[in-house]
Write a protein that binds this ligand. Structure first.
Ligand code: ATP
Ligand code: MG
Length: 449
């Protein structure tokens, strides 16, 4: 059963039951009180007559006394023990009461009785008669008018009950709507979100109900968690595919070279196996690294003193063979820096890859040092980056000219990753460029420790 109908049913049934209960008790209490009142009145009447008879029996005939005290709608009689009447007077409206057989009672009797479908109060008290015998003074009085009032009361209560049930049903419907409506709105928004397949948030400004706000907030929190997880996953996939591209190309090219000329040239054989081996190791470490970053852990950095020039020469050599590009390394041979080999290699790959993609001519790598830091400059004479785009090239997925970059197989991730890696290494990156002249990427590294 729907929540709306449940609320509706429960509130209506509860209210109607309460109403019926209340009106029934009013009816019974009221009718009991009225009948009790009639009995009291009859009793008082009888007492009064008994007193009058007691004080005037020797002067006035009992039948006269009775006639003087006959009730408006009833009968009064003096009944002897042998059930003969010493006087019986009925009011004109209740003549038929005279035919009723009477009983003699030893004590006082006070009761309600029915005779010929009409309700009466009956009171009988024993009194000592002038001859010393005990007689019953009995008064029977119709309470038809009281009955009529009770009947009217019942009708009024029934009508009131029915009349109140209608607004009750309406108001319980309104109440259930009031409760359900905001929930309905929320469900619809959730359905919309589900259909659109996006991680949208619920708008909670219009909701004031505490529980619903809480539910909405929980939903929103869940959505943002899902969104973060989804983005992290996407980021992992794109980062992984970006970072694995260069080593895979290197492995592919060296393997190709080995296949063609490996047997003839043992020197090439050695170089190829070395390159393939080191790239395979790098790929494994890279995937582990990317996974740990996706799990929100820190970069795993292993800083050590290394000969920077040697590392650059090795990297450039591999790159040159793989992409068949002219490159030259200039500068001091003995520059030692304090860094992580794999991360520095990753950085060099990112910059060299860009230089290779966006230029045709010689790529020059300068290595040098100042008093505080080591400077590596990768210089190409290619298409360059427009001045306006320079600050944006580090943004994720940003590409200066999408058509041009897509042709080169780019995704706009390289420099974003480079910035991250440099940050972890405590290094800085600077890019200066002139359109159609070329680009210089400068990397500042820590000196040996
Ligand atoms: P990816 O590196 O993911 O394969 P990408 O090279 O397009 O793709 P980034 O390395 O982040 O992405 O570079 C961002 C943009 O900066 C590039 O699209 C390119 O337009 C521009 N850019 C970067 N380096 C150079 C460069 N040496 N010469 C000319 N433009 C460059
Ligand atoms: Mg790139």
């Amino acid at each position: 059963m729907k929540l709306r109908n449940k609320i509706n049913l429960y509130t209506s049934v509860l209210f109607i039951v309460l109403l019926i209960l209340m009106n029934t008790s009013i009816y019974f209490v009221f009718s009991h009180l009225m009948k009790e009142n009639e009995l009291e009145r009859a009793q008082a009447e009888v007492d009064k007559v008994a007193l009058a008879i007691g004080s005037a029996a020797d002067r006035i005939a009992p039948s006269d006394l009775l006639r003087a005290n006959v009730p408006v709608d009833g009968m009064i009689q003096l009944l002897k023990e042998d059930l003969t009447s010493d006087g019986k007077v009925t009011s004109p409206s209740e003549e038929n009461l005279g035919a009723r057989t009477s009983s003699f009672y030893q004590g006082e009797v006070r009761e309600l009785m029915t005779y010929e479908d009409s309700l009466y109060v009956f009171v009988s008290i024993p009194i000592v008669w002038s001859d010393g015998s005990v007689v019953n003074l009995q008064v029977t009085n119709s309470i038809e008018s009281t009955e009529e009032m009770i009947r009217i009361l019942a009708i009024v209560l029934i009508v009131i009950t029915v009349i109140i049930i209608i607004p009750t049903l309406v108001s319980s419907r309104i109440l259930s709507n009031l409760i359900i409506e905001p929930i309905r709105t929320m469900i619809n928004t959730m359905k919309d979100i589900q259909k659109s397949g996006q991680f949208k948030q619920l708008k909670l400004e219009d909701t004031t109900e505490g529980e619903l706000v809480e539910m909405g907030e929980t939903f929103n929190h869940m959505m943002s968690l899902l969104k973060t997880n989804y983005e992290k996953q996407e980021q992992f996939v794109s980062n992984a595919s970006h970072e694995l591209r260069t080593p895979l190309t290197i492995i592919e090219n060296y393997a190709d070279l080995l296949k063609r000329r490996g047997l003839e040239r043992p020197d090439l054989f050695e170089e190829s196996i070395d390159a393939i081996h080191s790239e395979a190791i790098r790929m494994r470490e890279l995937t582990e690294q990317l996974l740990s970053i996706a799990r929100h852990e820190q970069w795993n950095i292993q800083m050590e003193n290394i000969n920077i020039t040697e590392l650059i020469e090795d990297t450039v050599n591999t790159f040159q063979t793989t992409y068949q590009r002219e490159m030259s390394v200039l500068g001091d041979k003995q520059i030692v820096g304090y860094t992580d080999i794999q991360k520095l290699k990753q950085l060099l790959f990112i910059f060299l890859d860009n230089a290779r993609k966006y230029s045709e001519e010689l790529i020059t790598i300068h290595v040098g040092q100042t008093a505080n830091e080591i400077i590596i400059q990768i210089e190409d004479r290619g298409i360059g980056i427009p001045q306006d785009d320079l600050p944006k090239v580090f943004d994720r997925f940003y590409q200066v000219d999408q058509a041009r970059s897509r042709k080169q197989g780019g995704s706009g991730l390289g420099l974003t990753m480079a910035k991250d890696i440099a940050g972890a290494l405590g290094a800085r990156i600077q890019i200066s460029s002139k359109e159609n002249e070329g680009t210089i990427v400068t990397l500042y590294l820590q000196k040996e420790k």
